[in-house]
Design a protein. Structure first.
Length: 244
């Protein structure tokens, strides 16, 4: 049985239920990053551009770790960590997240540049790297193997989920582009970055984190049903290394 059956529906329900908490986390990071990046970009020059890119990159690492930790927290049906506590809980994983994200980003980019299929393959088998680090406590290099271990027996199911997420993101980009098209380019770009990031990043984090829990449960307790014995948000679930 497919352990990812209904994962998008569950992700959407969790996203809606805890939207205020998840979107607050994303909004704080994206707003600060967008303001600082815009200021550095306006300063001009190569240095300003490089610093702007660096700020954006660091913000992405912080946000990924914080959102995965937040999803892990709310799976039991309640918010135990405040926004500040969520960032604090994610902080110890930032180094590992940064190393893994940079390595994966380089490899996936090369894969897409050489030929699209290798990029899609790597993107699929490594999609669970971040929850493997933040939830599973795996190191940045071992996280690649952990993600592959979980995905390999469910490759096409994982790919299908990611493809549907891509279509959702594409639709969001189109709608935002139409809504903001009348504004000056700089303002529309700034608003699109903050709004799209705030809306989309939490949903992506919910999807990959729930996939991680489901596939981890399927790998350790395949006889427990489609959710692999990990439980879903709103119930306490079993005890173990992957529970929040």
């Amino acid at each position: 049985m497919n352990p990812l059956s209904g994962v998008l529906g569950e992700s959407w329900q969790l996203y809606r239920t805890y939207a205020r908490h998840l979107l607050t986390i994303a909004f704080i990071v994206f707003l600060i990053a967008a303001i600082v990046s815009a200021a550095l970009a306006l300063a001009g020059g190569i240095l300003g551009g490089l610093l702007s890119s660096l700020v954006t990159l660091v913000a992405e690492f912080i946000l990924i770790a914080a959102l995965v930790k937040a999803v892990q927290d709310v799976r039991d049906g309640r918010v135990d960590l405040s926004v500040g506590e969520t960032f604090s809980a994610a902080a110890p994983f930032l180094g590992s997240v940064a190393v893994a994200a940079i390595l994966a980003g380089i490899a996936i980019t090369i894969g897409f540049a050489i030929f699209i299929l290798p990029g899609l393959f790597l993107l699929t088998i490594w999609c669970l790297i971040m929850p493997a680090i933040v939830v599973g406590g795996t190191g940045p290099f071992d996280a690649f193997g952990r993600s592959w271990q979980l995905v390999k027996n469910h490759f096409w199911n994982v790919f299908g989920v990611l493809f549907m997420v891509f279509l959702i993101l594409f639709a969001v980009d189109i709608v935002l582009g139409l809504v903001l098209s009348a504004l000056p380019y700089f303002l529309s770009h700034f608003l699109a970055s903050v709004i799209a990031g705030t809306l989309v990043a939490p949903f992506i984090a919910v999807v990959i984190t729930l996939m991680y829990f489901r596939l981890s449960g399927a790998a350790t307790a395949p006889a427990s049903g489609p959710y692999g014995g990990t439980g879903t948000y709103g119930s306490s679930g079993p005890s173990g290394p992957f529970t929040s």
